[in-house]
Design a protein around this ligand. Structure first.
Ligand SMILES: [Zn+2]
Ligand SMILES: [Zn+2]
Length: 206
């Protein structure tokens, strides 16, 4: 398959970025015996690679990067703030973990010493994700102590008007969670360009 960014003026973009010749086209060989399947991480890598190429051949221009609404294009970054991916209670994680070990806000983690035998040298620590309950407490979101123990992780329903139905829905209203952008949108906007999705069911442009 081909994954390619085209601009209205050049079509396929080609040119030098520094001393490296680049094109905006990637040829990908899907299949178990080849390169597996095209994932969000491939799309992010290609986008990150071609933005400097766009900049090099269109100096001082702002691009509008347009994507269709495939799930790859709407995928969140690995460290995204997504309440539905969070435990209610604290959970031990490792730095190497994906998922709950990777949320981008370092205040969601604590390290606790667990081996007291060796006092000063070789201290051993475990890392914990503090969970939705820990974050709600950190942000003084509980109205009282009783709510801290009674509030469920999920109401398994749509959020109530005040979203006090469950920890996930309260957290989803927090600005940093509510404003979480997709991986592609973060890359595009982080480089000073604009990101848009085609309307749903828009025909593919290839
Ligand atoms: Zn162009
Ligand atoms: Zn709820």
């Amino acid at each position: 398959m081909i994954s390619e960014f085209q601009c209205p003026c050049h079509g396929t973009m080609r040119g030098y970025v520094g001393d490296q010749y680049k094109t905006s086209r990637v040829v990908f060989y899907p299949g178990a015996q080849y390169e597996s399947y095209w994932k969000s991480s491939h799309m992010c890598a290609q986008l990150t690679d071609i933005i400097p190429l766009f900049n090099a051949i269109h100096p001082n221009a702002v691009a509008v990067f347009l994507f269709d609404q495939s799930s790859n294009h709407k995928a969140y970054p690995e460290d995204a703030l997504l309440a539905q991916n969070m435990n209610l209670c604290a959970i031990e994680v490792k730095d190497s973990d994906s998922g709950q070990g990777k949320f981008r806000d370092s205040s969601f983690y604590v390290r606790k010493q667990y081996d007291y035998a060796e006092q000063q040298k070789n201290k051993k620590y475990k890392k914990y994700f503090i969970g939705l309950r820990g974050i709600l407490q950190q942000r003084s979101m509980y109205r009282n102590e009783a709510e801290r123990y009674s509030l469920k992780r999920s109401c398994n329903n749509v959020a109530t008007a005040d979203s006090r139905c469950c920890a996930i829905h309260i957290m989803e209203r927090q600005p940093d969670f509510a404003n979480q952008k997709s991986a592609l949108e973060e890359i595009v906007e982080g480089s000073g360009h604009k990101f848009e999705l085609y309307p749903k069911y828009h025909c593919e442009c290839n």
